[in-house]
Design a protein around this ligand. Structure first.
Ligand SMILES: Cc1cc2nc3c(=O)[nH]c(=O)nc-3n(C[C@H](O)[C@H](O)[C@H](O)COP(=O)(O)OP(=O)(O)OC[C@H]3O[C@@H](n4cnc5c(N)ncnc54)[C@H](O)[C@@H]3O)c2cc1C
Ligand SMILES: *[C@@H]1O[C@H](CO)[C@@H](O)[C@H](O)[C@H]1NC(C)=O
Ligand SMILES: *[C@@H]1O[C@H](CO)[C@@H](O)[C@H](O)[C@H]1NC(C)=O
Length: 670
């Protein structure tokens, strides 16, 4: 019963939208079950039955790995294998449909372990107890599927287990909470100053924003907003110069055909407290407020992920993607005469059954993400000596930086009752939800086309304000580097434990909510990724240490007060129907605000820098061309390779990094 209802609904819904095949850039026409980007494929794709040799072996078909592998395989003379621990989410129609509805992205991403409803396509990480976050152990969503965290989506399982009082809620209500939470699809680039920081840390001018602008643009096919359908005023802006009209993508970047009615008021409120509207977030500066472009496909309105590179390369005979293939270690030849070790291939298990080796004649590229990449290096003998010795792993290269220096962003939000429709209504009004599911599926209209947090603002505080609050160190950051980010978030956030369940609880009487999320985008706190065992089948230990640095604490307190100022603005009064609902007026002193923020924060899922590029003498693990110091034929390309975490949302940086890595690798082998 539980499974049948939504399956039927989705099957019906998808049959409306899937009638015409849509041509895909760089690939033949493929049938389009839902929106044109996602052909249905058998899973597993290509079982590997014996040990094989390729030119390149890429570990991880995630955001970076799939992009890089496709670019390498565009050269018909090389053979590329990709090992992905997870499944292909299109292997199942329900999963596929759930991935693609942007409006369901807030579900299944909560901080609580009970909101872990995605075990088929999520790693299931839970952090070590966080002293900077009320001693909580916080679930950390990470995609385990083709597309990686760019496709972090819902699998259909455990419906109602902790979310719903009854599994027999009217359809398609049960479908949402059990499924989603996804990547929020925000596509925005870092600032010129923050990329200059990469240049300073690596000593390589090739990493500056202007030098890499072409790589930022290369992956992306941009489609301007349809203002008439969005009915937004002021309407979304963008800068055409930030995109390449000749690009074929395959990653789609556009705007949903819906602007959250709440966001208009937030924009005006932010303007009133001094944050001006800016034209775009993709040309090297971000300070200001604007609707953010999303990685959604304007044809069909569904999500676009790095799986689009898989779809584009699907017909290439020289690109093989192996699902359910968990890398166990990198095979490294370490000459006994003390010569330089060289990566030869990867040992992995497929379907948790057979152990196989796959060999790379040119290079092994690790793209297993900010947690998976340091883990794989360490179990392969590359890492801090104490970590390796603790688990009896033979040291091949002592690299103290592996798993260190983790940077991340966190956020939390006060919520107010409002008089416009928000997702609070979607989870409380089944008839409305059913109508809007149809509206999305058939017309690509309505709130389910939206990612919910559609309007962003970045703000750099003045040097005098930073010094006044005790965050003077942040005055040394490049001047275009914002201190904080605000998200207009239609709906109730609470303590992030389970957005769907909490919106059902607080909105049961018909009240709607709006929130402004405050994120720290110049964090000082640094965390670690360490081993729990010498086997990649055991998850590594993640200790982000959020909000442990006093500077971050000061910024959180000040930023929270500023979100209250925005809510107090004249411009926001018409949408508010009452005083602050959560945390409410009892939270006033700095100490109370800090405690509240720490007890309620969640990661923005931007973990990075755990295998960072930089100078060897500074403890970096990778040289400025992403090669592991001390080992030949081995690179790491993903969020872990960032020298520093730029402000804002990292997916644009990861696509850029993968494009550049592909060019570097090709150049090294011609
Ligand atoms: C819920 C959520 C919302 C987000 N929202 C946004 C947003 O709105 N905008 C934005 O810019 N960014 C967003 N992000 C962040 C962004 O998605 C990530 O920073 C990015 O996807 C990381 O890319 P990656 O290539 O480093 O790793 P991933 O994309 O995570 O890829 C790593 C891949 O390696 C695989 N893997 C790991 N270990 C092994 C192994 N041992 N063997 C084989 N395979 C392995 C994994 O299964 C995975 O497929 C969000 C992230 C999450 C989780
Ligand atoms: C693959 O190679 C490994 C290591 O050389 C070997 O133990 C295993 O038997 C091989 N498997 C197959 C199927 O050839
Ligand atoms: C679909 O959504 C649009 C807003 O994007 C709205 O104007 C329209 O009334 C909705 N249609 C239905 C049937 O709810």
């Amino acid at each position: 019963m539980k499974l049948i209802i939504p399956t039927v609904v989705l099957t019906l819904a998808s049959s409306f939208a899937g009638a015409t095949p849509t041509p895909l850039a760089n690939s033949p026409v493929v049938p389009a079950p839902l929106n044109g980007e996602y052909p249905n494929l058998p899973d597993p794709l290509t079982p590997l039955l014996s040990n094989n040799t390729y030119d390149y072996v890429v570990v991880g078909a995630g955001t970076a790995g799939m992009t890089l592998a496709y670019r390498l395989a565009q050269d018909p003379n090389v053979k590329v294998a990709v090992l992905e621990a997870g499944i292909d989410y299109t292997s199942n129609l329900v999963n596929q449909a759930l991935v693609e509805i942007p409006g369901a992205d807030t579900i299944g991403c909560g901080a609580s372990e009970t909101d872990f409803l995605n075990n088929m396509i999520d790693w299931g990480y839970v952090t070590a107890p966080q002293t900077g976050a009320g001693n909580r152990q916080v679930r950390y969503a990470r995609g385990k599927c083709l597309g990686g965290s760019s496709a972090r989506v819902g699998a259909f399982n455990m419906m109602g287990a902790s979310t719903y009082p009854s599994p027999f809620f009217p359809p398609p209500l049960p479908l949402l909470p059990s499924s989603h939470l996804c990547n929020f699809m925000l596509y925005q680039r870092p600032t010129k100053g923050s990329m200059q920081k990469w240049v300073d840390l690596t000593g390589d001018p090739q990493w500056n924003f202007d030098a890499r602008f072409q790589d930022f643009k290369k992956s992306v096919k941009f489609t301007p907003p349809k203002s008439n359908l969005r009915q937004d005023s002021p309407s979304a802006q963008y800068s055409a110069a930030s995109f390449d009209p000749a690009s074929t993508g395959p990653l789609q970047v556009s705007f949903p055909n819906f602007a959250q009615p709440f966001s208009k008021f937030v924009q005006l409120g932010l303007n009133e407290v001094g944050i001006a509207t800016t034209q775009d977030f993709n040309g090297g500066s971000v300070n200001g407020v604007q609707y953010c472009p999303l990685t959604v496909n304007p044809q069909g309105g569904g999500r676009s992920t790095s799986r689009s590179f898989f779809a584009a390369g699907q017909q290439l005979p020289n690109l093989k993607v192996f699902n359910e293939a968990l890398a166990k270690r990198i095979i490294i030849d370490a000459p006994s005469n003390g010569g330089k070790p060289i990566a030869k291939g990867v040992r992995f298990t497929q379907f948790s059954l057979q152990t196989l080796d796959v060999y790379a004649t040119k290079e092994v590229i690790v793209s297993a993400g900010a947690f998976g990449s340091p883990q794989l290096l360490m179990v392969s003998g590359i890492g801090p000596k104490d970590q390796l010795e603790r688990f009896n792993i033979k040291t091949i290269v002592e690299a103290p930086g592996v798993g260190q220096n983790m940077l991340d962003h966190v956020f939390a939000a006060p919520s107010y009752p409002v008089n416009v429709d928000t997702p609070t209504r979607l989870v409380n009004d089944p008839v409305y939800l059913a109508a809007q599911t149809a509206n999305f599926t058939i017309n690509q209209l309505g709130p389910l086309t939206s990612n919910t947090a559609d309007l962003l603002a970045f703000e750099r505080w003045s040097d005098s304000d930073l010094s006044r609050i005790g965050a003077g160190i942040l005055t040394t950051y490049p001047k275009d580097w914002p201190t904080v980010e605000y998200f207009s978030a239609a709906g109730y956030i609470g303590d992030f434990s389970n957005l769907a369940a909490e919106n059902m609880r607080v909105g049961a009487d018909g009240t709607q909510f709006g929130s402004i999320l405050l994120a720290l985008v110049s964090p000082r706190s640094k965390g670690t990724v360490t081993l729990a065992s010498a086997d990649t089948k055991d998850l590594p230990i993640i200790d982000p240490r959020w909000l442990t640095d006093p500077v971050d604490q000061k910024v959180a307190i000040e930023g929270f007060k500023r979100t209250r100022k925005v809510f107090a603005s004249r411009a926001m009064q018409p949408v508010l129907t009452g005083p602050e609902f959560y945390p409410g007026s009892k939270v006033q002193s700095d100490a109370d605000i800090l405690k509240w923020y720490q007890n309620n924060l969640l990661t923005v899922w931007h973990a990075a820098c755990t295998v960072r590029m930089g100078k060897k003498e500074d403890g970096a693990v990778l040289d400025s061309n992403l090669r592991v110091y001390g080992v030949d034929s081995l690179r790491v390309v993903d969020a872990s390779s960032f020298p520093d975490l730029p402000p804002g949302h990292p997916q644009s940086v990861i696509y850029m990094l993968a494009e550049r890595a592909a060019d570097l690798i090709k150049a090294a082998h011609t």
